[in-house]
Design a binder for this molecule. Sequence first.
Ligand code: AKG
Length: 377
Amino acid sequence: MHKGYNTHNPLYSLLSIRTRSGFAFVCFESPRLSVMCYIIRVTKSRTKTSISDAVAIDGHRLQPYQGAADGIDTTRLHHIDPAKTSQLPTRHPADSFSYRGFMTKGYTQSRLSSEEQNFYAEHGYLLAKSVFSRDEAAHFHNEAHQIARRLQAASIEGVSNQGWAAGAKITDLPRQLLHCHNVQYHSAAFSRLICDPRLTDRAADIIGPNIQLHHSKMFIKPPAKGAPFPMHQDFPYFPHQHHTMIAAIIHFDDAPIEKGCVRVVPGSHKLGPLEHLHDGGHHLPIDEYPITEATPCPAEAGDVLFFSYLTIHGSGLNESSEARTTLLLQLRDPADLPTVVTHVSRGQGMILHGIDPLANSGPSPDSALRLKVAPCT
Ligand SMILES: O=C(O)CCC(=O)C(=O)O
């Protein structure tokens, strides 16, 4: 049920067009420039007019009215005292709409603390704990495994692979990785997840108010043979002008060290782009950058690991008896343009927070560069 719209408040205008059948279309305009629309069913008798039902245009049903005095009794619409609207969550300055939908669920912004922001600035990574509940993580875990099963059943090429060929330099054991790009095209659960403000508000505290999706990919590292990732920066995969790109790895199950959790080299984002080897995946020399010496980031279901695309990272083999299931999002400031047209994918360009200042800018070298289609890697 929508709350906070008091039609007795002169700040709101009430437009009511009643029809003979007793329906009215009502539009409440708020001082915050949000427009709320309801269709209400009006019951008329000789002595009174009452609202018997009201449905918001977005499908939310308001409580039926229990009788009313003369005229339309709107007392049941009084849920929040307008004098206390300062208690409502403020909209993000970069967002063109208020967080109206979330107000009804007690939404509050999910910000990084100043300690967390300082930690990220200093070390180039941050493990945000319990961003999602374990129940939510279990739900996404099932969605991810169902996608993998559907793709495998349809014999889609590349869903199951050995990970990067360079992984063979790390282990002689069998290696396997189940993976899928752009999961938001496979399941609506992931479309909702990638826009979830608990995730995007935190990312905005790292990148800035505007956040654009570069790509998403889920990884399932199967038990006993989940493929390792040699240490690397993500920069060589999709270089950008201003290095705003970050990874956000959402954990759908616990990822202790033995499951091959992600490892990072703290502070390495300050080194800038490094020379990589380009055999079997862009990676740093295995001997100079052993995975075991990097800092492990063991995580629990629901945690999100953020790191810069300049932060050196990798992960070990999953030697445990359980799969490790994650969704990795690459996110950037939309004004940060790629320097090479590469790694362009179907889901690229979606705005997850704020605005795209370059959207609808017509033909420009920037938008052409950003949107030109090249093979997806
Ligand atoms: O999820 C992991 O284990 C590491 C993934 C990774 O390093 C990458 O995709 O760049």
